[in-house]
Design a protein around this ligand. Structure first.
Ligand code: 173
Length: 322
């Protein structure tokens, strides 16, 4: 009697909720950003998530948890690795604690689109999976040089006596130029400038205004160097456990986001103008010194990457900077 009741109940309930079974397939993933929420990177990504959610009803939804107030910048990588969160917007320099290879993406001289064709993307995914339990979904910032910003004038690439804010991106290069360095998350740079704790900082050509650093910045050193990388990464176990339609959909949407990277080319030109309008003066060198400056950045960068990862450094170099 009891069994029959259960069966009847099950069938009835099943019939009643059948239309609702489709949404039960819908997966919601938790997303965090290692960059502060008021940064353009994050706003762009939230817009992308809105689109993903609108078009992904019944398949996949992305739930934005927050920025470094939710999980501190340098802990986001580990949160993805361990599955505390599912997806992160971050950059390799913020999770070198998990794998030194993460920081090598700044050295890419071929585009993200090209990296998907020449095997670099597959290699990255192998390393990221093996070492950080991550899937590398998409690179959403590229075509963007880093610069050295200063509050003291220099007339040659010589930083002895200057204290510069860094992340792993700039460490080897700025130290090779004689700087003493201090690592901070982006969220702490404004205060460090305000208090005069640092004489300058490394940062991309863009996104300075998001954090109001123009108020505390006198000079930008030209030329820029490297290729700023910001990406979406995901916990590998979570990725594997996704229903196939959700995985395909996420992959498609991530690829579409990466496909918009040409945006940065014009945006960076605008940001350069905006810096000049805000009174940031450029400090530049003669042509030979400029060439040597960029060359040194590259040399020091790859030497560091290969030393940190004798296993994968050379392979990354072959595919990212052929
Ligand atoms: O300077 C930084 O915080 C940093 O490493 C970085 C990397 C990519 C984009 C923006 C900043």
């Amino acid at each position: 009697m009891k069994n029959i009741d259960w069966l009847a109940l099950g069938v009835a309930a099943g019939a009643a909720v059948l239309p609702a079974l489709a949404p039960a397939q819908e997966v919601t993933l938790r997303v965090v950003s290692a960059f502060p929420e008021n940064q353009h990177y994050v706003k762009r990504t939230v817009e992308w998530m809105d689109k993903v959610n609108k078009e992904g009803k019944g398949v996949l939804q992305l739930n934005f948890i927050g920025g470094p107030k939710a999980i501190p910048t340098f802990e986001v990588g580990n949160a993805v690795k361990t599955g505390v969160v599912d997806i992160a917007l971050s950059t390799g320099a913020f999770y070198t604690n998990l794998m030194p290879e993460a920081d090598a993406l700044k050295l890419a001289e071929v585009s993200a689109a090209e990296q998907r064709k020449n095997g670099a993307h597959a290699l990255i995914n192998r390393i990221w999976g093996e070492k950080a339990n991550m899937v590398y979904l998409a690179r959403v910032v590229e075509f963007t040089p880093f610069h050295l910003y200063l509050n003291k004038k220099i007339d040659k690439p010589e930083l002895t006596g200057l204290k510069i804010r860094i992340t792993p991106v700039y460490r080897d290069f700025f130290q090779a130029l004689g700087a003493s360095v201090m690592t901070t998350a982006p969220g702490e740079v404004y205060t460090a400038l305000e208090r005069g704790v640092i004489d300058g900082y490394g940062w991309p050509i863009h996104a300075l205004f998001d954090l109001n650093w123009q108020e505390k910045t006198k000079f930008r050193v030209d030329p820029g160097f490297y290729n700023a990388e910001v990406s979406l990464t995901m916990n590998l176990d979570k990725w594997k456990a996704l229903p196939a339609p959700a995985r395909d959909y996420l992959n498609r949407q991530a690829l579409a986001y990466e496909g918009q990277n040409d945006f940065w080319k014009s945006h960076n030109q605008e940001e350069t103008k905006r810096q000049a309008q805000a009174g940031i003066q450029t400090l530049s060198f003669d042509a030979a010194t400029s060439r040597a400056f960029v060359e040194k950045a590259k040399e020091v960068g790859w030497a560091g990457a290969i030393k940190a990862s004798p296993q994968y450094g050379p392979q990354l170099k072959k595919l990212l900077a052929p």
